[in-house]
Each structure stands twice: as C-alpha cells, then as structure tokens.
Design a protein around this ligand. Structure first.
Ligand code: HEM
Length: 88
C-alpha cells in the first residue's frame, strides 16, 4: 500500500479497532498502528484506548509534543473524511 492515499470515513475507521487490525486518527490523518503497537513506549493497552477512532485528544493529553508524523510515516493511510450534514 506504499504511496497510496485513501480517504477514510469514521465508519471505516471504527471497523479497525482490534489489536491485530488497529487504525487511529490523529489531527485528521488516519494511521494503521498495528505494527507500531509493540514499539509504543506507553504500552499496548494505552495505545489500544485510541484505536478505531479519533485519538487526537487522548494523544495530546499524554504527549502532544511527540512527532507521530515521523514515527508513523510508513503507517499513513489517508485523511479522515468528515461528513458535513446539511440538514437540521
Ligand atoms: C508514551 C508515541 C498514542 C499513551 C509515548 C512515547 C512515545 C509515544 C514516543 C514516549 C514519550 C516519552 O519520551 O516520554 C505515540 C504515538 C502514538 C501514541 C506515535 C500514536 C499512534 C498514544 C495514545 C495513548 C498514548 C492514543 C492513549 C492514552 C501513552 C502513555 C505513554 C506514552 C501513557 C507513557 C508516558 C510516560 O510514561 O511518560 N507514546 N503514542 N499514546 N504514550 Fe503514546
């Protein structure tokens, strides 16, 4: 999947919420963190709290300074596609 960028909906993101298939959105970008899991200095359980969803807040609460873009450069999937509701 190297070099391919695919927009991801929040529904699609939510389907990848397991230890073996873990996606995570940070600041509008979706990453496949499955392979990073074992290397996370904060441990697997902590990282798992953020999978399948937008983990920006969790991430920033713990370590807003961490350069995740660089660490996860090979794990990037694509932008989180946000749906704008026109009604209500
Ligand atoms: C620690 C990276 C997501 C919780 C760390 C550290 C790095 C890191 C580099 C070591 C920081 C240091 O030098 O002290 C990442 C990356 C993430 C991510 C790249 C995104 C994929 C998360 C999430 C949580 C989390 C979602 C959920 C709460 C923690 C905790 C520590 C930690 C608790 C230990 C802090 C400490 O003991 O000082 N992470 N992290 N991380 N991370 Fe993450």
């Amino acid at each position: 999947t190297h070099g391919r960028v695919t927009p991801v909906s929040s529904e699609e993101l939510a389907r990848h919420n397991t230890r073996e298939d873990a996606w995570m959105a940070i600041r509008g970008k979706v990453y496949n963190v499955t392979r990073y899991m074992d290397f996370h200095p904060g441990g697997v359980d902590e990282l798992m709290r953020g999978v399948g969803r937008d983990a920006t807040k969790l991430f920033d609460e713990v370590h807003a300074w961490v350069n995740y873009q660089q660490l996860l450069i090979k794990c990037y999937i694509g932008p989180l596609r946000t749906v704008v509701k026109m009604d209500s």
